[in-house]
Design a protein around this ligand. Structure first.
Ligand code: SF4
Length: 554
């Protein structure tokens, strides 16, 4: 069917590593915790009543630990109800972004687009779906990792070139977006939005004008884009899936009813519409679905596979298969490994629902401790639910989680979760479990300390926000008020996941970035909102030379 280029799995010599603070280098066991009870949390995560604490508490309520990416979907299915199938696919990908969603559909001649702020179920009524008629479609659920939360930045985005329309849906983040935009503006291009996705779309449209084909335009643009991108692109007659040469964000191919071709960020979106998983889009590959069938082209040889390890740990749904691993099994394996490396003397193992669930199951299996539910989650808390005063903010965590007192009272509890990013949420949960009567609370984290910001599409891009970057494990234990705290080591992570190190990006644990980050790059998803940045005053030169975006319009 398709012939793929051989993927090279070479280490990228251009990795960059900053020095790790000495206090962190000395932590060799990734665990901390004298069994004695802390006097109470020190002010390491902001301190109650300070402006920083209030902002942190807003984050607590606005998102669990702010780690989502986006979800993309695409289907080429003449004769199928492609809008409704895209709707169901987006529904399955809702966990990847809840700020906005959209569907672009083509009837073979023209693309019709509808996008709105909010959840998939809120945006698309029966009536709206019935209006979106066609044979091929793409869709997107957005969590902003580049650009503000506005309708203009929602996706899919639509552009025109001299022979038609193009719509684009993007998951990931370009690290050279500011520079690309500056170059395009210098060529007279104007922008409606402030995201890297619009830059990619405009580059494709400009290059298509020159090359006469969207496929050729994409192939010409890919070497100019640096960073993470998994794309679904719609033309009036084709659906195109593209993945960056490092494969940072997932993207898979499915088949429906033996003839329709489907693309999705995760395999759970294929399952929900009854499609079978065929394979993943390979790093550096472009796959085109049109009336001729499915065809593949390796546009860029992959220098190194660098799938985001957080897809396995947290981001992807547990019922999604990424690579050869079902995420549920990967997380359960992490819990088992954690129990081997960081055991705890306790009476019961409880998960922080829902993210810590599979790891808690693995921890209980390996340790022989009983597994129990100690926290009940309210699934209907809106993401923008920000309490107006301090007292209500203090109660914030209870809006989302409520303890089962009977399961906790008088017991020594091991609480398992996948990570600690800012620390605010964990502090609230530990306090809640104690107040419910637990004798001891031992926190076990199935990932290593999160110490480095992500530039590739996960929204924790400010290092000062990461408690793991500022504090030792013992200081974090004290800050969250736990009796003991144990983190997975990087080696334990790899053993538990059963995925080779050379295939993963683990930069947020190690500081080794597989794709070079421009020096002094600003760390905000709002970079493109900042006029200083757009003027070039906010950014220094890159370490490695790379092609100029003007080549798109040679
Ligand atoms: Fe994933 Fe961390 Fe790499 Fe970002 S830096 S892609 S969150 S592993």
């Amino acid at each position: 069917m398709m012939v793929l280029g051989r993927r090279q799995e070479l280490m990228d010599g251009s990795w960059k590593q900053e020095a790790v603070p000495q206090s962190q280098q000395q932590e060799s066991n990734y665990g901390s915790g004298p069994p004695s009870r802390s006097e109470g949390p020190r002010d390491l995560i902001g301190g109650t009543g300070t402006r920083e604490a209030m902002e942190a508490d807003k984050v607590l309520l606005a998102s669990p630990e702010a780690r989502e990416a986006c979800g993309v979907f695409g289907i080429y299915g003449p004769g199928e109800d492609v809008s409704r199938l895209t709707y169901f696919g987006l529904f399955a990908l809702q966990h990847r972004g809840q700020e906005s969603a959209g569907i672009a559909v083509s009837d073979g001649r023209e693309i019709d687009l509808f996008r709105e702020m909010g959840l998939v179920s809120q945006i698309f009524s029966e009536e709206k779906l019935s209006e979106l008629r066609g044979d091929l479609a793409i869709g997107h659920t957005r969590y902003s990792t580049s650009g503000a939360t506005t309708l203009a930045n929602s996706q899919p985005m639509l552009a025109e070139w001299r022979r038609g329309q193009i719509a684009l849906a993007h998951n990931g983040n370009l690290v050279n977006a500011v520079e690309l935009r500056r170059e395009l503006e210098g060529k007279g291009e104007s922008f409606e939005a402030t995201s890297d996705s619009e830059i990619m779309l405009r580059m494709i449209a400009r290059e298509a004008d020159r090359a006469g084909s969207v496929e050729e335009a994409i192939a010409a643009c890919m070497p100019l884009w640096r960073g993470a991108y998994s794309l679904t692109i719609l033309t009036p007659k084709s659906v195109i899936a593209v993945r960056d040469p490092y494969g940072v964000r997932p993207l898979c191919i499915g088949r429906l009813n033996g003839k329709a071709h489907v693309f999705a960020s995760e395999s759970c979106a294929l399952n929900v519409i009854g499609a079978e998983l065929v394979r993943e889009v390979e790093p550096g590959e472009m796959v085109v679905a049109d009336k001729q069938g499915l065809r593949s082209r390796v546009v860029q040889q992959s220098p190194r596979f660098a799938l985001c390890v957080f897809e396995y740990i947290y981001m992807a749904r547990p019922d999604s298969q990424i690579g050869s691993r079902l995420c549920y099994e990967a997380r359960r394996g992490l819990g088992r490994q954690l129990a081997r490396d960081c055991p705890a003397e306790a009476d019961v193992v409880i998960p922080v629902p829902a993210t810590g669930w599979p790891a808690a199951v693995g921890f209980a299996e390996e340790s022989g401790l009983p597994f129990g539910e100690g926290l009940i989650r309210n699934w209907y808390v809106p993401r923008t639910f920000i309490q107006p005063d301090q007292r209500l903010r203090e109660l914030g965590v209870r809006v989302k989680l409520n303890p089962l007192r009977e399961a906790l009272k008088g017991r020594r509890v091991v609480m398992v979760d996948d990570s600690i990013v800012r620390g605010t949420t964990k502090r609230g949960i530990v306090r809640m479990i104690r107040e419910a009567g637990a004798k001891e609370v031992h926190v076990r984290i199935s990932a290593p300390p999160y110490r480095w910001p992500c530039y590739y599409g996960v929204d924790t891009s400010n290092r000062s926000e990461l408690i793991g970057a500022r504090c030792t494990v013992e200081e974090i234990r004290e800050a969250i008020g736990a009796d003991s705290l144990g983190y997975q080591s990087v080696e334990g992570l790899l053993k538990g996941l059963k995925v080779p190190r050379r295939k993963l990006c683990m930069a947020c644990f190690t500081g080794r970035y597989p794709i070079t980050i421009p020096k002094d790059v600003k760390l905000s998803k709002l970079d493109l909102e900042d006029p200083e940045c757009q003027d070039g005053r906010g950014e220094a030169g890159d370490e490695a030379p790379h092609p100029s975006p003007t080549a798109t319009r040679a």
